[in-house]
Design a protein around this ligand. Sequence first.
Ligand SMILES: [Zn+2]
Length: 105
Amino acid sequence: MSDIEWNEQWRDGAEHQRTEDGICAYPGCDHPLDAGGLCRGHRGQRDRGVELRPLREVGVGYVSISLRLRPETIEMLRAMVTPGRTLSITARSLLEAATGTLPPR
Ligand SMILES: [Zn+2]
């Protein structure tokens, strides 16, 4: 659904119930209301003037663990970090590749 179509629905009150329940009006979003009928993430999209889209669910489908690594290993990992990625993402990709569990793109 385009932002324009969504806005038409919003004006028609089709998503009104969600905000009454304290839920973001964007279809499929279950985040709590911030202001203007939207959650913080969707309000941010609106404020930036971009078409509203589903929020990226950080961490969904993953289990968190803690690792104790030797400084040399961390140094090596840091050297492998590419722009836009974090040390954690780099380490995860390497582990997924080594175990044959890289997710499909
Ligand atoms: Zn939302």
